[in-house]
Ligand binder design. Sequence first.
Ligand code: EPU
Length: 345
Amino acid sequence: MNSRQNAPISAKLILNLGLKDRNTFGLDAVADFAYEITAANQIPGVMSNIAEKNLAWRVLGSGSNVILPAVLPGATLLINIAGQEIVSSDQTHTLVEVGAGVNWHEFVAWTLENNLPSLENLALIPGTVGAAPIQNIGAYGVELADYIESIEAFDTKTHDFVTLPTQACQFAYRNSYFKQNPHRFIVTKVVFRIPKNWEARIHYADLAKQFIDNPKPSPEEIFLAVCKIRTHKLPDPKVIGNAGSFFQNPVIPNEQYETLLRKHSGLVSYPDVPGKRKLAAGWLIDQCGFRGQRMGEVGVYENQALVLVNHGKGTAQDILELAQCIQNKVHEEFGVSLEIEPNIF
Ligand code: EPU
């Protein structure tokens, strides 16, 4: 990609970098030092340096799915690899290569401008393209995994670049091979496989409601509808700190689901793999009375109980204490364990 050809050979080093503006929770955090990576070929040198000095390290995309401590010791890698281009096209699909540092929502908008619809249900998800496969982002009935051809990454174990085809990525609900192996891969590029036979996916209840009078919406109309729903339900991190859904929707065995349903007729759930059912964690938390509640500097968002918010001066510890309180209460009421979704650094 063009950006790579012009990029400097060495990554830029920044000392004592304040990260308050680089994490959507708005937590006050300082990185001992950070490397700004603008091209994949800067990574081997950086990782050799880190290995030689035996330093702690982690990757930070745009910080939309992380809980940061006050100090991040050692090296923080900021992945700013840019560029997106169509690399091939046949009768059925178009392949698009995208740098890991590209903003996710801007990429979705770009696909529509270039007549490559399919990702519109995933509009307005915060974060970078490189972070998207780690937790296999999904929304409104669509998952990223359905559109991945391959992922290019630096493998810190073998100290070499790898290309993982989609089958090797072990994508599952908010999960992947990368998430299962947290300190191993640094994603540098994502190759998308966009089908040419586009079909609207508006079956998800919230989205279906937007199209009662318009059963055949265009990709642009779906994009705008998703933006509208998300803007209403999820707080804008520039205004109030948050990391989107704070817990995963728990998946439980059918028998446990049936028992719960007998006690709670309003239980909200979705089909999952055979024998299992996925519950709406937001509903469980809401039923426990947490929605709109505040605990010091942190709280639960008033329009969506699955979202924890930082009212300004909250710390990682404040957020984790509130999370523990919610997990305890939900377990007590429903016998269901909630798993934290963002990465705790
Ligand atoms: N609900 C309540 N009270 C609440 C919140 C939700 O009763 O406070 C109930 C409602 O019945 C609602 C249902 O739960 O219909 C589901 O809520 P919603 O449609 O908002 O979806 P979700 O299951 O809470 C998931 C994803 C979101 C994604 C939406 C739409 C997870 C963990 N979260 O949320 O992803 O945008 O579906 O597809 O799977 C994210 O991961 O950061 C994220 C925002």
